[in-house]
Design a protein around this ligand. Structure first.
Ligand code: ZN
Length: 438
């Protein structure tokens, strides 16, 4: 028997979002569509908001097109606990196309790319791949080039494996060199096909411009295959980009679904988490504190109140966790096994690679109880350090109680990852409860 409708609905909604979120820009565009539909007003990052913000209003601002900060303002401010945040990231491990990308050799047209983030290399082989991102064209104003978002939205690239007959040792483990072994082919060149600028010509067609109008681009190679519900009873979701569109989707949905009478709810989806967050639109940047301060300023609230509200706010840093692997269970912590469909993972690490205190853990446990969803504590094995998230980075300048949480998955950073079908619903319920709890 298939899982209940509420789980399937959340899972299918997630898969739709993933299909649209083919680059960080497209993840932001998809979130913006949902916010527009829910009546949020779009603000310009560099204009004056004084006249625009009102108590009871709903707004969002995009930061350099790949980060988005959305917020709702209650009817008034409370004595304490005014700020509640849920944060996630829009980027994912993939390949980024370099300038002058065309490589013509032995009848093939390949693209010169570099890795973005820490992907599992072999998982990218033998798959249909596509290209999405942003292109800057010549414009009237040198400081404001014309920008077009592009998504080829069809399988235009692939990276073939080497046959086992040419490497009999392949099943003993293979090292991949990113400059030599991982370049995608986009064309088999023939007499009438593929000039010197075979890619730039295709790109120009895709964005409705001339080749010489294209000055630069930020283009990513993404996994073209769609996600699916899998299992005899559809108990799992197998899809590209679960890390971290699960969390982006839940943060935006939670903000739209819940509103408080008092205080300010903020959902933030940052770019550049997979490469360390140190950028103007990353979690280590100043975009978020600037926006919060500007909200306070536009509402006529003092800087003293802004600083006070930071200290008694609460934030969730939402990113994926590792469930126990079915074939390698000994890679997980021995006393804290995390299960697929076992509820929201509350992530903890002594070295603060996940942000947490016992109070923030207790808060999430109580929010989960109120939202009627299960939760489970996650820690790494003591001899496997695990990854980090943007939570500890943001908590260094936002000194409020903050907790890392997320859905549990197998195959993190594979071109296709695996999670439980119920866990997306659980995560959405937790974030909705965070934003709705009085
Ligand atoms: Zn992540």
């Amino acid at each position: 028997m298939a899982a209940e409708h509420k789980y399937i609905n959340s899972a299918n909604y997630l898969l739709e979002r993933i299909e649209k979120s083919t680059s960080p820009f497209h993840a932001v565009l998809a979130a913006g569509e949902d916010l527009d539909e829910a009546g949020f007003i779009s603000l310009d990052f560099s204009s004056d908001w004084d006249m625009e913000l009102e108590y009871g209003g709903k707004y969002y601002v995009t930061v350099y097109d790949s980060t988005l900060i959305a917020f709702t303002i209650g009817g008034t401010m409370a004595k304490e606990g005014n700020l509640r945040l849920a944060m996630a990231h829009t980027d994912f491990p993939c390949f980024k196309i370099k300038p002058s990308p065309e490589m013509k050799q032995n009848g093939y047209g390949r693209l010169n790319v570099e890795p973005y983030g820490g992907m599992i290399n072999y998982s990218w082989l033998d798959r249909p791949l596509s290209i999405a991102g942003k292109v800057a064209l010549k414009g009237e104003d040198a400081f404001h080039p014309e920008v077009r978002f592009v998504d080829f939205a069809r399988p235009v690239a692939t990276i073939p494996s080497l046959a086992i007959h040419m490497n009999r040792e392949v099943n003993k483990g293979v090292e991949f060199n990113h400059q030599r072994d991982m370049l995608p082919i986009v064309e088999v060149l023939g007499e009438s096909l593929g000039g010197e600028a075979f890619f730039m010509e295709a790109l120009a067609r895709e964005c409705g411009a001339e080749v010489d109008e294209i000055l630069d681009y930020e283009l990513y190679i993404y996994q073209y295959e769609k996600g699916d519900l899998v299992g005899l009873s559809e108990t799992m979701i197998s899809s590209p980009r679960l890390d971290n569109i699960t969390s982006v989707t839940a943060c935006i949905k939670g903000l739209i679904q819940a509103q408080r009478d008092k205080g300010i709810n903020i959902a933030v989806v940052f770019d550049h988490e997979e490469v360390g967050s140190r950028s103007k639109q990353g979690a280590a940047g100043q975009a978020l504190p600037y926006v919060i301060e500007r909200i306070y300023d536009a509402l006529g609230l003092s800087r003293a109140q802004y600083l006070k509200d930071i200290t008694d706010g609460f934030a969730l840093s939402v990113d994926v966790a590792h469930c126990m692997h079915p074939n390698q269970p000994d890679k997980n912590d021995p006393t804290n096994p995390v299960k697929m469909n076992g509820g929201v993972a509350i992530k903890m690490a002594a070295r603060q690679s996940y942000v947490s205190t016992c109070e923030s853990v207790a808060t999430v446990q109580q929010l989960c109880a109120m939202a009627d969803v299960p939760c489970q504590k996650f820690v790494n094995r003591s001899d496997i350090p695990g990854g980090g998230t943007l939570g500890s980075i943001a908590s260094a300048y936002l000194p409020m109680q903050m907790q890392d949480v997320g859905v549990a998955m197998a195959g993190m950073h594979s071109a296709r990852e695996l999670m439980g079908v119920k866990d997306q619903y659980y995560l959405e319920q937790l974030i909705t409860c965070l934003f709705g709890f009085k």
